[in-house]
Design a protein around this ligand. Structure first.
Ligand code: NDP
Length: 282
């Protein structure tokens, strides 16, 4: 009873604290979304477009970016530009950010969302893959955030970091991926404190997502888990609202907040649940 009472108090407090989102605030906003050729990033681009933002999108596949940019324009984006960039390269993260700053004349929202492909399987000892995925999923985020901070400071802008419940609790089959998400949470958690202590104008939102129904994620977990997947468009909107209302954190779906908050209360139950959420025949 005490547990249920505490959960209700937290739920009600969260609702009372929820700031109002004004869609007009995104009209004309200058936005860069990475990993926007497919999945959640693509859905974020469409939402920003409907709100009338000026968007730059980036990923590796130029022809797909072109189609997404065209759809953004048809949905109402004031501008929709794209640049192909490989985030494992030393120079492309800088190149994409400079392009957005030049084309948009500054930046109000920097949404770092891309991830490189990584297997969903037991770790096979491939250290090179971990080195590579760290470049794509972590180092490029750090580089782009640092390069974007000055412009965001000027515009009182927002940095949105797309992370995962797997950045807060480890799961089997995703050792390289979960490492990059823990790294993001550590780095940007620290940066969030520093920005607040410096009275910076920049708000930083760290987003914790559960399983989302993007093609790539569904393909990976097919036949391996019964954990429900939630819609990419809703995940995208939740993060956009959190960024626009300058929230330090966003959790989607809602219960990921409670999973993250309670995972250490009964560690053996958490371990048992994690290992039994997947089908595996040794
Ligand atoms: P997708 O795999 O659908 O999309 C990944 C995007 O990143 C694509 O646009 C892809 O485009 C781009 N990308 C891949 N490799 C590179 C590279 N080397 N350089 C630049 N861009 C690259 O991912 P999701 O939409 O599923 O996930 C989006 C975010 O949400 C990620 O941060 C992920 O960790 C997080 N998340 C997702 C969950 C899920 O269940 N889907 C759960 C929890 C968190 P291209 O191939 O054209 O380069």
């Amino acid at each position: 009873k005490l547990f249920l009472a505490s959960v209700s108090v937290v739920l009600i407090a969260n609702r009372w604290n929820a700031p109002t989102f004004d869609p007009e605030s995104l009209k004309g906003a200058r936005v860069l979304v990475t990993g926007a050729s497919t999945g959640i990033g693509e859905q974020m681009a469409y939402h920003y477009a409907r709100f009338g933002a000026q968007i730059v999108i980036t990923a590796r596949r130029e022809h797909v970016l072109k189609q997404v940019a065209e759809r953004c324009l048809s949905l109402g984006a004031q501008k929709a530009l794209y640049i192909s960039a490989d985030m494992s390269s030393e120079s492309d993260p800088d190149k994409a950010l400079s392009f957005a700053l030049d084309q948009l004349g500054g930046l109000d929202y920097l949404v770092l969302n891309h991830i490189g492909p990584s297997p969903f399987s037991m770790w096979d000892g491939n250290v090179e893959h971990i080195r590579w995925i760290m470049k794509v999923n972590f180092f490029s985020y750090v580089k782009m955030a640092w390069k974007g901070l000055e412009a965001l400071e000027k515009s009182k802008g927002s940095l949105v970091i797309v992370s995962s419940l797997l950045g807060k609790m480890a799961s089997p089959f995703v050792a390289p991926y979960t490492s990059t998400k823990f790294a993001l949470n550590g780095f940007f958690g620290s940066l969030q404190h520093e920005l607040a202590m410096k009275n910076s104008n920049v708000s930083l939102t760290i987003c914790t997502l559960g399983l989302i129904d993007t093609d790539n994620a569904m393909e990976k977990v097919k036949g391996k888990t019964d954990v429900p997947a939630y819609p990419a468009a809703d995940a995208a909107l939740s993060m956009i609202v959190a960024g626009a209302t300058r929230q330090p954190e966003d959790y989607y779906p809602w219960f990921t907040f409670y999973v993250a908050a309670t995972k250490d209360w009964f560690p053996s139950i958490t371990r048992y649940t994690m290992r039994n959420s997947y089908t595996y025949e040794p």
